[in-house]
Design a protein. Structure first.
Length: 236
């Protein structure tokens, strides 16, 4: 029987609670995810947890996220109720109870994330393996590798490169994060041959879960971790 794939709470439990908020991460922890995924930007010198480049979809604010002052951002409401958290607030909540996949979104955030990770390792008893740093911007992953080579890297793809998983191996990554739209057995086989772990985003239905498991993925991101936490591969 194949191994149970890891369940990664996408933006916490984005289908159940306002995404990327403390409430969402609390819910994912209660469900018992293996990791949570969150998106980070550098805004006004702080690493904040938020997905979009602009404020309109998720908050009562307007305009570009990175143009805001921190105090103004923290007064906004996400989905009319929650606050935009700092990365450190989420790490304090998680407190090593599951892994944390930090997805670097905006420019220039890699340095600040490394500083925070180093602090949690040296002062709070975290291990580098509690973190997984990912990005579609592979130059920021290179920067992470330069600053702290012990941090595991996840290479995000939306598409299928001509040389398959070679870019992730070149970066010395731990994992390759593949879009469900481009799920492809060759890509997964190639990643595994290069000793890379394969995670797929974003799996919300049982039909997609079955496809992902059949292709041998090692884990998947989901907005609804409650739907999958007790599933075993091969069971309906
Ligand atoms: O990290 C997986 C997934 O979150 C990547 O896409 O846009 O949801 O951050 P996005
Ligand atoms: Mg993300």
């Amino acid at each position: 029987m194949s191994k149970k794939p890891l369940v990664i709470g996408h933006r916490g439990a984005a289908g159940l609670e306002p995404e990327n908020t403390l409430r969402s991460f609390r819910r994912a922890l209660e469900i018992g995810v293996d990791l949570v995924e969150l998106d980070v930007w550098l805004v006004d010198g702080e690493v904040i947890v938020f997905h979009d480049r602009e404020l309109e979809r998720l908050t009562n604010g307007t305009g570009l996220l990175v143009a805001q002052r921190l105090d103004a951002l923290q007064n906004l409401k996400v989905r009319n109720s929650e606050r935009i958290p700092l990365l450190t607030e989420v790490l304090d909540l998680i407190d090593q109870r599951c892994g944390v996949n930090i997805e670097l979104k905006g420019p220039g955030v890699a340095e600040a994330v490394v500083q925070i990770a180093k602090r949690y390792v040296s002062e709070r008893g975290w291990n580098n393996q509690n973190f997984l740093i990912s990005s579609f911007d592979h130059t920021q992953l290179l920067r992470i590798a330069e600053l702290q080579p012990a941090l595991p890297l996840g290479v995000l793809l939306y598409g299928i490169p001509a040389d398959l998983a070679a870019c992730a191996e070149k970066l010395g990554a731990y994992s390759l994060h593949i879009a469900l739209d481009f799920l492809n057995p060759e890509l997964i086989r190639d990643a595994h041959a290069r000793e890379l772990i394969c995670f797929v985003y974003t799996v919300n239905s049982k039909a997609d879960y079955d496809r992902v498991v059949a292709m041998g993925a090692d884990g998947f991101f989901t907005d609804y971790p409650d739907r999958f936490i007790d599933l075993k591969p091969g069971r309906s």
